[in-house]
Design a protein around this ligand. Structure first.
Ligand code: SF4
Length: 332
């Protein structure tokens, strides 16, 4: 079921270590961590704007690793709104090594529906280099436990981490698919001020992915998850939340998903066009669903320009009989 998220940030508090890339204060855009009063305010704001089926989301930290009285304070505040029929449930994000049967029992009691784990990589060496403080087996174990309790499982992965490669990211995606999550988020690594990655970047030890590299890789990952019928609910860091201010380097774009889906259209069109006998120098009509026209054209018509560079002059035509990613190409 899809819900509107009412997001609250529980910054850093539960983290036993500091991951190489993380400056949660910059990501969340908040210096203060959520309180019970913030929970009530956020739900009230959602209700005032007409939202009656929101899911309260505690993001940004290590929810199940924060001190227990504080965790219960937030859950108690949220549950009161579930009981009043004002929100449908709660989703949390946490670390893979902060999940056990005891805490899952508590989460169930308080109306948590979905648990997202920051897996980031399934390569233990990459996890170590980026000071994640957990192993790939922690991800496997926590995922199985979460599913056995009947929660919706979400997994988050990153690309371009220190020490990672494209092959490493494909391996990670394959390992995550085996765990059968309901949802996935993919975040290309961004170098933020005040992080260890920033020091590694400054000293030339770490080279971040370019935007183009991340787009090409994430198009592969998106196809893998979609083929496995796993919903990718986020691609790239959220704009806002002060990311732009803390940004130093790496693959960040406010419309990253649009770029990735545009890349998929480009690859599909190029493949289809190569089948035409007439081939180079001819003009073609590419039919796509009306909602997908801008993705087929690409940002600033980049796809059309690149197809032209390959000697295919193309016009994009709207066709509402086609589904997402379906193309029909005819020669003009
Ligand atoms: S576990 Fe998450 S919130 Fe904590 S330091 Fe690492 S990335 Fe940041």
């Amino acid at each position: 079921m899809s819900h509107k998220n009412i997001a609250l940030f529980v910054a850093h508090i539960g983290c036993p270590n500091m991951c190489s890339f993380c400056n949660q204060h910059i990501i969340s855009g908040k210096q203060e961590t959520a309180t019970a009063a913030d929970v009530h305010d956020a739900v009230k704001t959602a209700l005032d704007s007409g939202c009656r089926d929101g899911q309260l989301a505690f993001f940004g930290g290590s929810f199940t690793a924060i001190n227990r009285p504080y965790m219960l304070e937030l859950l108690t505040a949220a549950k009161a709104h579930i009981d009043a029929g004002e929100i449908t449930g709660i989703r949390i994000s946490t670390r893979p090594d902060a999940i056990d049967e005891e805490v899952l029992t508590i989460l169930k009691e308080y109306g948590v529906e979905a648990i997202e784990l920051g897996a980031q990589s399934m390569d233990d060496e990459v996890l170590k280099l980026n000071r994640r403080g957990h192993s790939s087996d922690d991800v496997r174990h926590a995922s199985r436990l979460i599913k056995s309790f009947g929660f919706e499982l979400g997994l988050q992965m990153m690309t371009g981490l220190y020490g990672d490669t494209d092959e490493g990211a494909i391996y990670t995606a394959n390992e995550l698919i085996k765990l059968e999550p309901e949802t996935v988020r993919i975040y290309p690594t961004v170098v933020l001020e005040g992080t260890e990655l920033y020091d590694l970047f400054k000293s030339g030890t770490y080279k971040p992915q370019t935007l183009d590299e991340a787009v090409v890789l994430c198009a592969e990952l998106l196809k893998m998850f979609e083929e496995a019928e796993i919903k990718v609910i986020r691609l790239g860091l959220h704009s806002g939340g002060n990311v732009e201010e803390g940004y130093i380097a790496g693959a960040y774009h406010p419309a990253f998903r649009e770029l990735v889906e545009g890349r998929i259209y480009y690859e599909k069109a190029l493949k289809e066009l190569s089948r035409f006998e007439g081939g180079l120098g001819h003009t073609y009509k590419i039919h796509v669903n009306p909602k997908e026209i801008s993705k087929m054209r690409g940002q600033k018509s980049q796809n059309i320009v690149q197809l032209k560079d390959n000697n295919y002059i193309c016009n994009v035509i709207s066709n509402d009989t086609l589904k997402k990613y379906e193309l029909e190409i005819e020669e003009d």
